[in-house]
Design a protein around this ligand. Structure first.
Ligand code: AMP
Length: 420
C-alpha cells in the first residue's frame, strides 16, 4: 500500500469513472440551459459566520460536520469549506445587487461540498451536487419550476423508480406553533425517545420527525400534524405546487414527516427518493423554499427556492446499471517514422486541432513499430505515417486501423481525407 491515500471519505475519480460523470454533468448543464438558468461559481470556502447564520446552530451540518480551515493567521482561521451551495449563492446575490436584475433570477452551479460525516457508501466527506436557486418569486410556480428541473435531469439520465416526497413547512409562525404542540406531545414520552431525539427535543424538535429510529417513529404515531397548523394561504401554496406537478406528470407523495435538516426552509420542501428492492430507499436530492434566508443575511425580502441533486449517488447508481463505455478514440494517430520529419508532424497535429479532429501521438516512443503498436492499442481510426520517401513527394500514408487498408494522401488533402 502506498504511503499516502486519498483522505477518508473522499475518492479519486479515475478516467474510467469520468465517462458517466461527464454524461451526468452534461445533462445537468443541458437542462439548466433549457429551463433558463444562468451559471454561477462561488468560492469553495466562505466565512464560517455565513454558514452559521444561514444553516443555523443546532443542525448537524454546523455542529458536527463543518470543515473549519485552520489558518496561519486570524483572518484565514475564520473560513470553512462549503457544506452546501445555497449560502454562498445567496451571499453573491445580495453582494452583487442581483435584486436589481430582471426577476426572477435563476442560477445553477455544479459544486463540490464538504461535510465531516461518517463515511459509507453513498456518504462522502466531499460530494458533488447540481445546485439550482430561483430568486425573486414568492409564488408556487417557482417551487414547481425547481422540481421540474430536477425531474428532467433524473428522467433524462434514465433513472427509474423515483418519486418525490413532498411536504409543507408553512410559515415561521405556523412552524413555531406546531413545534410547541409537538414538544408538548413528546415531553411526557421523552424517556422513551432515542438519545438523538432526546437532545433534539430542546435543540431542533422538528428533526425528531425524520428520525431513523423505529421506536421514535412509533412514538410519533399520535403526534400532531404540521398540515393542521397551516392557514389558508399556506395550504393554497402547497396545493398549487401539487397541481403544477400533476400537470407535468411528476410523481409525488405527501410525506408529513419530511422536514429536511436546514433551518431556513418554509412552505414547500421536497426530497427525491429511489425505492430499491430489498434495500432501504435512497435520497438522491432535495430542496425547498427559503424565503427567510435572504432577510436573515440582510438581503431583500424577495422569495427564494433552491435544490440540490446528489451527483455521487446518481453516478453510483448509473454505474451499477450499465458498464461504462470507453471514451471515443482519437481520429488520427500521428506516427513519426523518420525523426527528421518531427516539425512536419507537429504541423499536422496543429492542423488537426485547428480542424477539431481528435489527435494522438507519442514522439517519445523510439521506433516506428512501438508507435504503430500504441496506435492500434489506443483504438484510433487512422494512423498517419510520416516516412521519408512519401514526404519527399509531399505525401503521407494514411492507414485505417480498423480495416488495415492504406493509401498515400497529398499533405494538402490530409485533413479533408481524415474528416471524411
Ligand atoms: P442536502 O444538501 O443535505 O439536502 O443533500 C442533497 C443531496 O445531496 C442528498 O439527497 C444526497 O443525494 C446528496 N448528499 C448529501 N450529503 C452527501 C454526502 N455526504 N455524500 C454523498 N452525497 C450526499
Amino acid at each position: 500500500m502506498s504511503r499516502f491515500q486519498s483522505p477518508r471519505g473522499t475518492r479519486d475519480l479515475l478516467p474510467s469513472d469520468q465517462v458517466v460523470w461527464r454524461k451526468v454533468r452534461a445533462i445537468c448543464e443541458e437542462v439548466a440551459t433549457l429551463l433558463a438558468y444562468q451559471p454561477i461559481s462561488t468560492p469553495m470556502f466562505e466565512e464560517v459566520g455565513l454558514f452559521q447564520r444561514s444553516l443555523g446552530q443546532g443542525t448537524d451540518i454546523i455542529d458536527k460536520e463543518l470543515f473549519l480551515v485552520e489558518g496561519r493567521t486570524e483572518e484565514s482561521s475564520q473560513y470553512a469549506l462549503r457544506p452546501e451551495g445555497t449560502a454562498g449563492i445567496v451571499r453573491a446575490y445580495i453582494e452583487h445587487g442581483m435584486q436589481t436584475w430582471p426577476q426572477p433570477v435563476r442560477l445553477y452551479s455544479i459544486i463540490n461540498n464538504f461535510r465531516y460525516e461518517r463515511p459509507q457508501k453513498g456518504r462522502y466527506r466531499e460530494h458533488m451536487q447540481f445546485d439550482i436557486e430561483y430568486f425573486g418569486d414568492k409564488g408556487p410556480f417557482a417551487d414547481a419550476w425547481v422540481i421540474l428541473t430536477q425531474w428532467q435531469v433524473l428522467t433524462r439520465l434514465g433513472l427509474r423508480n423515483i418519486h418525490l416526497d413532498l411536504n409543507s413547512l408553512g410559515t415561521k409562525e405556523e412552524r413555531a406553533a406546531y413545534m410547541e404542540a409537538l414538544v408538548a406531545h413528546l415531553t411526557p414520552l421523552s424517556e422513551k425517545l432515542s438519545e438523538d431525539s432526546k437532545r433534539r427535543l430542546t435543540s431542533n424538535p422538528l428533526r425528531i420527525l425524520d428520525s431513523k429510529d423505529a421506536n421514535d417513529q412509533a412514538l410519533l404515531g399520535e403526534a400532531p400534524q404540521l398540515a393542521d397548523f397551516l392557514d389558508e394561504e399556506s395550504a393554497h401554496h402547497i396545493a398549487t405546487v401539487k397541481s403544477y406537478l400533476t400537470s407535468w406528470q411528476i410523481p409525488f407523495q405527501d410525506n408529513p414527516r419530511l422536514v429536511r435538516g436546514l433551518d431556513y426552509y418554509c412552505h414547500t420542501c421536497f426530497e427525491w427518493v429511489q425505492v430499491r428492492e430489498g434495500k432501504s430507499s435512497l435520497a438522491l436530492g432535495g430542496g425547498g423554499r427559503y424565503d427567510g434566508l435572504m432577510t436573515q443575511l440582510e438581503g431583500p425580502d424577495c422569495g427564494a427556492v433552491g435544490a440540490g441533486l446528489g451527483l455521487d449517488r446518481i453516478v453510483d447508481l448509473l454505474q451499477e446499471q450499465v458498464e461504462a463505455p470507453m471514451p471515443d478514440p482519437a481520429g488520427a494517430y500521428i506516427v513519426l517514422a523518420d525523426p527528421e520529419l518531427r516539425e512536419a508532424a507537429q504541423k499536422i497535429i496543429s492542423d488537426c486541432l485547428a480542424a477539431n479532429l481528435r489527435v494522438e501521438a507519442d514522439f517519445s516512443k523510439p521506433s516506428f513499430g512501438s508507435q504503430m503498436k500504441a496506435a492500434g492499442r489506443g483504438g484510433a481510426k487512422y494512423a498517419v505515417i510520416l516516412g521519408k520517401t512519401e514526404f519527399e513527394h509531399n505525401k503521407v500514408v494514411v492507414k485505417s486501423l480498423q480495416g488495415g487498408d492504406q493509401q498515400e494522401v497529398e499533405l494538402a488533402n490530409l485533413i479533408s481525407v481524415l474528416k471524411a
